[in-house]
Design a protein around this ligand. Structure first.
Ligand code: IMP
Length: 429
């Protein structure tokens, strides 16, 4: 049996939560390998709705959850998420949650810097979640991050905070924002230490053991390929690598442990925050998609921008993300639309291109080239086999499959976990 990595193939919010939950019920271990509490997964189990940001989804299904070193961890956010799900009846202990000892921490100064920078950018803001994700990753590659393991060494922590504040307080002064005091940060971290350290371990060891004993591992991606810091619509991206390749580096499992790479895409497109979105709709249809798809950010509550399915972009995400099979979600949101459009290329400065170029102005200038397809009158909601789908819906799905050059292995037809059409079991490799 193979392991599975799940990644978003658009700009996030593709409905990964449901797919990850479904897969988690069949896995032994679920691993988060990038991002932080900027992610938002909503899981509906029976009468309970769980909103997870940092906890690996498997925790809801009684599986072992691992937060890998590729994540940036906000201790306060984690503890309040644990308190929230505990109040809903779940148990989160070191028995079912392990955190990489080398995971970098998000400190209170990171969201403060994130927000001060966004304010300074004005009209050109990235539209970040304001959670300090970018600044925390900057500190990691700048080699000044405070990591979970530092909480066990107060002297190391104290010296590292001096270095960190030298850097950050200079920035805050430049931005005209209040500076941070060392003692307050140090006291705060030392108070958190006994709550967090019991979860800390070299998770790579556990993953190596899982491999030796044939356990099934699910690598749970957050955000999506078009928000990848290298491959996305830079600078309107998040600050981590969201492609499946990072599941190895972000957890300490080797690259050959990743297994089958599953990409998730919505049957249309959405985006939160700023940045290029060539197939965006500004009309009644866009508004309708937003309303029917309940397109509001899980983390920030912001309304999502909506548009037609961009096959050009998803094809790119399939290639750079290493996607071997695609899950198409929210097909039912398109029910009843008289016609549908799929973006198959872009016109940029008078030329036709089949991919979104990296250059800033070229991305901003990209105009979509659409192919029009007939819609369907019937309903796809809750369908559990192709035979239950209207013929036009099957044609739409098949056309997407052709254009993105990846097989559609799962089709999700409602928020319910079992309303899924499976063409191939991802765990079968
Ligand atoms: P950051 O990750 O908070 O730095 O935000 C950078 C960009 O990524 C912004 O456009 C955010 O809206 C977007 N983003 C971050 N996390 C998510 C997510 O989970 N879903 C969708 N967009 C996200």
């Amino acid at each position: 049996m193979a392991n599975v990595a799940v990644i978003g193939a658009q700009w996030g919010d593709e409905g990964k939560g449901k797919v990850v939950d479904w897969l988690a019920s069949r896995a032994d271990i679920v691993v988060r390998f990038q991002g932080g509490h900027n992610a938002g997964h909503t899981l509906v189990v029976g009468n309970e709705t769980y909103k997870l940001s940092l906890l690996p989804s498997g925790v809801v299904r009684g599986k072992l959850g691992i937060i890998g070193n590729g994540v940036v961890l906000d201790p306060e956010a984690l503890l309040s998420e644990i308190a929230r799900v505990t109040a809903q009846g779940l148990k989160v202990t070191p028995e079912n949650l392990r955190i990489a000892e080398n995971v970098p921490l998000i400190l209170p100064l990171h969201p403060a810097l994130d927000k001060a920078r966004e304010a300074a950018r004005g009209e050109d803001k990235i539209g970040t979640t304001g959670r300090g994700i970018g600044p925390a990753y900057e500190d990691k590659v700048g080699r000044r991050a405070i990591r979970l393991c530092d909480l066990a060494e107060p002297e190391t922590l104290s010296a590292k905070l001096d270095e960190l504040l030298l850097h950050h307080n200079a920035l805050f002064r430049g931005l005209g924002a209040p500076e941070f005091a060392k003692q307050e940060l140090l006291d705060g971290l030392l108070a958190l230490a006994p709550k967090l350290l019991p979860f800390s371990e070299p998770v790579w060891e556990r993953l190596a053991e899982a491999r030796a004993t044939g356990k099934r591992v699910l690598f749970e991606g957050a955000q999506a390929v078009m928000l990848d810091v290298d491959h996305g619509t830079y600078p309107y991206v998040t600050s981590s690598n969201t492609v499946a390749g990072n599941a190895a580096a972000g957890s300490g499992a080797g690259p050959d442990a990743i297994g089958f790479v599953l990409g998730i895409a919505k049957a249309y497109a959405t985006r939160v925050g700023s940045g290029p979105f060539p197939s965006e709709l500004f009309d009644e249809t866009g508004r309708l998609l937003g309303e029917r798809g309940r397109e509001f950010g899980t983390v920030t509550g912001r309304p999502r921008r909506c548009g037609w399915f961009d096959a050009c972009m998803v094809r790119q995400a399939v290639k750079v993300g290493g996607v071997q099979g695609l899950v198409l979600t929210k097909l039912d949101v398109l029910d009843g639309l008289p016609e549908l459009k799929i973006c198959t290329g872009y016109r940029i400065h008078g030329e036709t291109v089949k991919y979104l170029p990296a250059a800033f102005r070229a991305q901003a200038a990209a105009e979509p080239i659409f192919e029009t397809m007939p819609g369907w009158a019937g309903s796809t909601r809750g369908a559990r086999s192709y035979a239950e789908l209207p013929a036009e819906a099957v044609k739409y799905v098949r056309r997407i499959e052709e254009l993105v050059e990846a097989p559609i292995v799962l089709l999700s037809t409602s928020p319910e976990r079992d309303d899924t059409i499976m063409m191939r079991d991802p765990f079968a490799g």
